[in-house]
Ligand binder design. Structure first.
Ligand code: SAM
Length: 322
């Protein structure tokens, strides 16, 4: 558990649009983001707009300034791990995007004797595949060397209320011996997807599926497919308008893509988060491509809510206390 008599200090590496910070805000937990590191200027713009009030400089003294995060969260890039990517791997020094997780290890190593109590790493399920498992194990060994106990689990956004099939591996490393039990995380029933979708009649035509390369594969299986969304969406990726795609059947032969707003909602962001981000982005061609990319790269906010409820507020599912 974390001391809650003062703001929880977080360090977000590969911060994107700040899913962990949104989760803390939603739970009303006073938070101090001691650093946020992100290379994509458009993601930084969205993040700054979403947390504008909290970024304002406040009077403070260098005396007692505390740069030590309680929780370090890193969702290092996964393209080279991912099935959708080219599976180039993540060997240290390989210069693939997925090898950037070793930078996190270096950062923690350089912190010296003092280290964050929790390190949370999110990545695609493919990190456990036979091509990637060696690096996944090595990551855990490196964390152990630095004094952490690792626990990992595949969590699906659908178990946390979102109608999106999104399975991701969460590795939670706790400093000093204690295993993290995932079984007693508070799970919530999947909500109805209709709560997340805009009214078809108000969604502009630019979202209609018109390219034959997608329209002609609606209902097909295989890589070149466009699946019709029914009870839940499939994993929100960084683009909607190319195969494998997912589409909404609007009736009368009309199909459309998910809008940028729907993708943000399906990752657990509020409409206000989305509007804040949209204000500082530009439409490129038909869509706000950056907003799609930011949603696709992000982590389902309610999963972090559940993790923080446990490690900060001590709230767990009663029946299954580990
Ligand atoms: C899987 S996403 C993580 C998203 C984030 N956790 C969120 O909640 O939105 C990986 C992020 O790493 C960023 N990234 C890639 N290379 C980076 C680098 N060298 N330094 C910092 N950020 C980087 C990408 O721009 C992307 O936003």
């Amino acid at each position: 558990m974390i001391d809650t008599t003062k703001p929880v200090q977080i360090l977000e590496l590969f911060g994107g649009i700040g899913s962990p910070r949104c989760a803390l805000r939603n739970l009303g937990i006073p938070t101090k983001a001691i650093d946020y590191v992100e290379i994509d200027e458009k993601a930084v713009r969205s993040y700054n707009s979403m947390f504008a009030e909290e970024l304002l400089y406040q009077t403070q003294s260098v005396v007692g300034w505390n740069l030590k995060p309680d929780i370090l969260i890193h969702g290092s890039p996964c393209q080279d791990f991912s099935i959708a990517g080219q599976q180039k791997g993540a060997d240290e020094g390989s210069e693939t995007r997925s090898s950037l997780m070793w930078e996190t290890i270096h950062i923690i190593d350089q912190m010296g004797e003092w280290k964050p109590k929790y390190v949370i790493w999110e990545n695609v399920k493919n990190v456990k595949s036979k091509h990637m498992i060696a690096n996944f194990i090595r990551y855990q060994k490196e964390m152990e060397r630095m004094g952490y106990t690792n626990s990992c689990e595949v969590l699906d956004a659908r178990e946390f209320g979102l109608p999106q099939a999104r399975e991701r591996v969460f590795t939670i490393s706790v400093l000093g011996g204690e295993k993290f039990c995932f079984d007693d995380l508070i799970r919530t029933p999947m909500r109805n997807i209709r709560e997340f979708l805009e009214d078809n009649d108000t969604v502009p035509e630019v979202y209609d599926v018109t390219q034959p390369s997608v329209y002609n594969v609606i209902g097909h299986t295989g890589i070149k497919r466009a699946t019709v969304i029914e009870d839940y969406a499939f994993t929100i990726t960084t683009r909607q308008d190319r195969t494998p795609a997912q589409v909404i059947d609007c009736g009368d032969g009309r199909y459309r893509y998910l809008t940028e707003l729907e993708c943000w909602r399906l990752q657990g962001y509020t409409d206000e988060d989305f509007q804040r981000a949209k204000e500082v982005q530009e439409r490129k061609g038909r869509y706000y491509m950056a907003l799609y990319r930011q949603a696709g790269n992000s982590i389902a906010v309610p999963i972090f809510e559940s993790i923080f409820r446990k490690i900060i507020l001590g709230e767990v599912k009663e029946a299954d206390i580990c």
